[in-house]
Ligand binder design. Structure first.
Ligand code: ADP
Ligand code: MG
Length: 617
């Protein structure tokens, strides 16, 4: 650990290199930087527009388009067009079970805790890979517009993102060839864009209201000594501007006495109406009447009718604000600033209701769909050490984590985290009856632990013998202000626990830190590719193990035919485990899954349903 100088915090490899801020949104993504005048500015690459719709389309020949170019395929080729991938980032099948139908593309579900995958044609993608395609597009646009290589970035995530979603966002950046200096909360970035929290003397409690295309969240934050603490968040991940569009379409269908079924069956008409509705909504943010046509269908709307259509939705967001305040133990009067974020806060009724609720003027001077990216740009500038007025806090120069199956590094405290800090994650066993668990602690940025620096190792002993996947082992990292790292492992069911203390900075020179950062950047792509192959192999091995155990335990309930067919599938999965072809492995996993699903469901076995909760070590 060190006082952050440019060297260590960001790697002094390309000092003059620009650092961008990226808002990776559910609906739209964009990138900003600090211009030579020292002001944050969004990137508009040769008139392509600032906002890049977060949509990825795969052509039959395997080529990919991102953004506006991909948008028309939402209607013409929905199964090969990925939207809202942010909803899947870092999520397991269990997490998304209840809204599978929302996606028009194939989300593989295999009823486990492993991370979701998306099937496009014969290929399998993780949300990390898909998000990286969006990030790559942003990186390229920035490079094109700024005429310089862009290798470093700050990326924002919603305040409610958990550890796994944040890690997935980091990995997506890495895969896109970006060194992700920090993951920043969207409400924090938005406040920074308004200059709130830049003065370390300032103490404030603020509310950040973010209404985007399909999601809504409100965060109550306490700012003290330049540190943003999230006191409470609330919201609805299925409420946003899209609902306003739908309300308008419904209204027009009613007004013109159209047949609802006919409209939705006619894809082109439905799409045309959708586009018109969004256009009307946007127009009504600055005018009182909208009057257009789709073919010969009149599409008229006044501001006051629009307001009455969306009022219930807007009121729902106000209830969420109320709940957030309650959770934070505060009332509206305690809030000193209200920051508006998200394209949908351009709607006048939204602003009005929020201002009324908090009893004060809201901050809406900065474009609400750009404010997060602009703030991320400012955060990047701070991390680069360019703001002499801002005191940089102590941070960890290298990531800290543990080894998981396949020799992979699982980061628990990411590099550039402010200290003191603590973080933890839950793990489980990979083999039935496993009573010991080896915990190896590493430092560094590479995906394979063998490339990182080993700090310590210990055995958690005395885990009661249970089927694989049942023990719950919490591993907690606590890094104190003196740079001492305490790692604690605790098995929750039995209470067995083990602890170790290390000093990560011990015997580490600045040059070595720099070299490690440099290596991680030059190897980023190969590392991530390798990680994905290892993850696929581990998932496959786990699947083989579970399926074999299942057959063994349930012999008498499964027909001979089913057994021999399952064994065939298991064998064909085993054959490809070491192929180094992750798509092939996922294909075989998927086939085995699909095949065993019916009788696995029939025989809901405890071990199966419980298997793979949490990552195995
Ligand atoms: P996200 O954060 O979900 O990626 P954005 O913040 O970019 O999304 O918000 C996108 C939403 O903002 C869309 O529903 C879009 O129709 C809406 N929007 C954009 N401009 C306006 C406007 N002028 N008036 C009302 N809504 C708008
Ligand atoms: Mg957003």
């Amino acid at each position: 650990m060190a006082k952050v100088s440019i060297n260590i915090a960001t790697g002094s490899i390309q000092k003059e290199d620009i650092i961008v801020g990226i808002d990776l949104g559910t609906t739209n993504s964009l990138v900003a930087f600090i211009n030579p005048e020292g002001k944050p500015q969004v990137i508009n690459d040769t008139g392509k527009g600032v906002l890049v719709p977060s949509i990825v389309h795969f052509h039959p020949d395997g080529s990919v388009v991102v953004g506006n170019e991909a948008k028309p395929y939402l209607v013409s080729d929905p199964s090969n067009t990925i939207f809202s991938v942010k909803r899947l980032l870092g999520r397991s099948y269990h997490d998304i079970e209840n809204y599978k139908d929302f996606f028009s593309y194939k989300v593989i579900d295999d009823n486990t805790e492993s991370l979701v995958k998306i099937k496009v044609g014969e290929r399998f993608f993780t949300p990390i890979e898909l998000s990286s395609l969006i990030l790559k597009e942003l990186k390229e646009r920035a490079e094109h517009a700024l005429k310089t290589p862009v290798n470093r970035a700050v990326i924002t995530v919603p305040a409610y993102f958990n550890d796994s979603q944040r890690q997935a966002t980091r990995d997506a950046g890495k895969l896109a060839g970006l060194d992700v200096l920090r993951i920043v909360n969207e409400p924090t970035a938005a406040s920074l864009a308004y200059g709130i929290g830049l003065n370390p003397e300032e103490e404030k409690t603020i509310a950040v209201y973010d209404l985007g295309g399909g999601t809504f969240d409100v965060s109550i934050m306490r700012i003290q000594n330049g540190i943003f603490e999230v006191l409470a968040t609330n919201g609805n991940t299925f409420l946003g501007g899209d609902d306003f569009d739908r309300a308008i379409i419904d209204h027009w269908i009613e007004q013109n006495q159209l047949n609802r079924e006919e409209v939705s069956a006619n894809k082109e008409l439905a799409q045309a109406l959708r586009l018109k509705a969004e256009e009307a909504k946007k127009a009504l943010s600055s005018q009182n009447i909208y009057n257009e046509k789709v073919g010969d269908i009149p599409c008229a709307l006044t501001r006051s009718t629009f307001d009455s259509l969306i009022l219930p939705k807007v009121e729902e967001t106000i209830v969420a604000c109320q709940n957030a305040l309650k959770d934070a133990g505060l009332s509206a009067a305690d809030i000193q600033e209200v920051v508006m974020v998200g394209g949908s806060t351009r709607t006048p009724l939204v602003k009005q209701k929020v201002a009324e609720f908090f009893g004060k003027e809201v901050h809406d001077q900065i474009n609400p769909d750009e404010v997060v990216a602009l703030g991320a740009g400012i955060q990047a500038d701070i991390l680069a050490g360019n703001r002499k007025d801002i005191l940089l806090l102590d941070v960890t120069p290298l990531s800290l984590g543990i080894e998981t199956m396949g020799g992979l590094m699982d980061v628990i405290i990411p590099r550039n985290s402010k200290v003191p800090t603590k973080a933890g994650r839950q793990y489980t066993t990979s083999v039935d009856g496993q009573v010991n668990m080896k915990i190896s602690i590493y430092q560094g940025e590479r995906d394979l632990v063998k490339e990182n620096r080993k700090l310590a190792e210990f055995d958690l002993k005395g885990i009661p013998a249970m089927p694989a996947g049942l023990p719950k082992v919490n591993i907690n990292f606590l890094l104190n202000a003196d740079g001492i790292l305490t790692v604690q492992a605790l098995e929750l069911r039995s209470g067995v626990k083990q602890e170790v203390e290390v000093k990560p900075a011990y015997g580490l020179t600045d040059q070595e830190v720099e070299q490690m950062l440099f290596d991680s950047i030059t190897h980023a792509k190969d590392d991530v590719a390798q990680r994905m192959i290892i993850e696929a192999r581990t998932e496959g091995e786990q699947m083989v193990y579970t399926a074999e155990r299942f057959l063994e335990k349930n012999k008498e309930y499964v027909s001979t035919q089913e057994i021999s067919d399952t064994i065939k599938h298991i064998e064909s999965l085993k054959e490809v485990l070491n192929s180094g072809d992750k798509d092939l492995i996922h294909k075989k996993i998927d086939e085995l899954n699909e095949f065993t699903r019916p009788f696995a469901e029939r025989l809901m076995d405890q071990a199966i349903s419980q298997a793979m909760k949490g990552k195995a070590i």
